[in-house]
Write a protein that binds this ligand. Sequence first.
Ligand SMILES: [Zn+2]
Length: 228
Amino acid sequence: LPPRILIDAGAFETLLLSAIEVYPSEAIGLLFGTYSGSNFRCRLCYPIQAAARRSRFVYYSPFIVNRLIEAESSILGYPLVGMFHSHPNADARLSNEDRRDFLDGGYRVELVVSVRKNRSERPWVLSNSKLSGTVAGYRFELVGYVRSGRRILKAELYSPAIEVFNALVELRRSINSLESPSDLAFLRAELEETPALRVKGLWISERERRRRQRLILRLLQRFHSLYR
Ligand SMILES: [Zn+2]
């Protein structure tokens, strides 16, 4: 079985927003969460703000990272599981330098996020270990890697946030059209159960995933009929 990386909805949104924020420069940040064997759950994504950026380069101080790791473990108690960085207008593939940094980095997960401007809307799909889709006029491709000793393996990636994005596309709604902030909070609460099941190795079936998607669609439709 390939390693698995689950990204909580809030962490996933932060990841995408941080790549959009500095586009076309590189975003970089830390992933905090939990793991069991080779199954990782990213609960918090923290973009590093104090970094020097270009489109093919980003530099940050290891002192800042250590300060963040200490602060995080005393605030929420999640260990650092890995890092992410974006590849603006380039593929989501580890470069030779990325590979070297990852092997020497001492953490287990590296997420590479390809981001390009793209007006057309596409649903989010996982295909050949690549999670791709569109949000807010950008096309994303994410590839997750897990280090096992000196080996780097591609992981299966999933985030419950993509169910919301896809449900909204299907309803031809933007995220802004959810009238009340509690609409989204309610949806998120529904979705939170999914990764909890998965991190224990109980990867949910395609049938269960579809059932959840139908549930979300029904919820969204109910919200809209309530608030119209
Ligand atoms: Zn890179």
